[in-house]
Design a protein around this ligand. Structure first.
Ligand code: UDP
Length: 327
């Protein structure tokens, strides 16, 4: 059994690689190492079942051969984060939309069993109802969200027209080990962990009562695996923890002082996945509680020791375009 993981050196991708190797697959990773890190797969360096190809999904020819003889494809490669997507929409469009187009175009020539796409819950924008179902209105608020949604539409369309067996998983606030960001101001865990290591206060947005459906990364990797091996195709599933937790609660679990910073435009007060569909159809459910997940992260907090330490001032500077364009 051979699997390809695009973006396999990244945060979620590397955990999928762990899962696949554990299940006895041969794994081919495609990663341009722009944000992914070889360090994330360092623990497999002597494993003959893992091959890493430093290639870019924007260059179709360079990735074509890698898909030969492959059974499952996990398409994780993408650019993340809100602000850079506002500042560099071309980069996001070419990587996340055209890159996805290249992957499905290459893959449809081979007889693969499943392509699983990493979609984003950001497609719901400020959701109309909670917990949010897959049928909820789609309302991307910034280019990253739009690009991931267009990637999803592309994958599903290739499923419809070319009968490519595909599944799209809409991920809600994934956290866990190896979630460090690459210098840009991004997801809350990386920000808070670097602050904790530096004994600086957590920069809490608004009053901290907003909630997020924090889902642990190994649960996410299991969802990808189950989506791949299932007989089900051409479906979209929410992947969430089954709960939603406030930023204040997260601060309590991490332990540290707080400083408050202004609320940003377009940010939902809550994200909360309705996971009825994935629970029923794929028999998947998250297993790691927020308490357990945070504990595992704190045991590995050194991973964030070189991550940028954000302060209210540097966040104000870094989020200028967020306020400018989404306000
Ligand atoms: N957040 C925060 N301080 C920060 C960064 C984020 O309090 O320095 C909050 C943010 O307001 C949001 C939550 O953490 O409610 C998750 O933010 P993230 O950017 O990780 O995910 P998203 O908002 O896209 O769901």
């Amino acid at each position: 059994m051979i699997s390809v993981v695009t973006g396999g050196c990244g945060f979620i991708g590397s955990h999928i690689v762990d899962k696949l190797l554990k299940e006895g697959h041969k794994v081919r990773v495609i990663d341009n190492l722009s944000t992914g890190r070889l360090e994330n797969l360092e623990h497999h360096k002597d494993n003959k079942n893992l091959e890493i190809f430093k290639e870019d999904i924007r260059d179709r020819e360079s990735i074509e051969k890698i898909f030969e003889g492959v059974t499952y494809v996990f398409h994780m490669a993408a650019l993340a984060d809100i602000v850079p997507s506002i500042q560099m929409p071309t980069e996001y469009y070419t990587s996340n939309v055209l890159g996805t187009f290249n992957v499905v175009e290459v893959v449809r020539k081979y007889n693969i069993k499943k392509l699983v796409y990493a979609a984003s819950s950001s497609c719901y924008g400020i959701a109309k109802s909670y917990p949010t179902k897959e049928g909820n209105e789609i309302s991307p608020q910034y280019p990253y969200a739009l690009s991931k949604y267009l990637g999803e539409e592309t994958v599903l369309h290739w499923g419809q027209v070319y009968k490519l067996p595909v599944i799209s998983l809409r991920l809600f606030n994934v956290y866990g080990t190896r979630s460090r960001t690459s210098g840009t101001y991004g997801a809350v865990f990386g920000v808070f962990l670097a602050q904790k290591l530096a004994n600086k206060p957590f920069t809490v947005v608004g009053d901290g009562n907003q909630t997020r459906d924090f889902t642990y990364v190994t649960d996410i990797a299991n969802a990808f695996y189950m989506a791949a091996i299932s007989e089900i195709s051409n479906e979209v599933f929410n992947v969430g923890s089954g709960g939603t937790y406030s930023i204040n609660r997260l601060c309590d679990l991490l332990g540290g002082e707080k400083v408050y910073i202004p609320k940003r435009p377009g940010e939902p007060d809550c994200t909360f996945a309705d996971i009825t569909k994935i629970t029923n159809m794929l028999k998947w459910k998250a297993e790691i509680s927020l308490e357990e997940g945070v504990k595992m992260i704190l045991e590995n907090i050194d991973y964030w020791k070189n991550a940028p330490i954000w302060t209210p001032n540097s966040i104000e500077e870094a989020t200028k375009d967020w306020f400018k364009y989404l306000g």
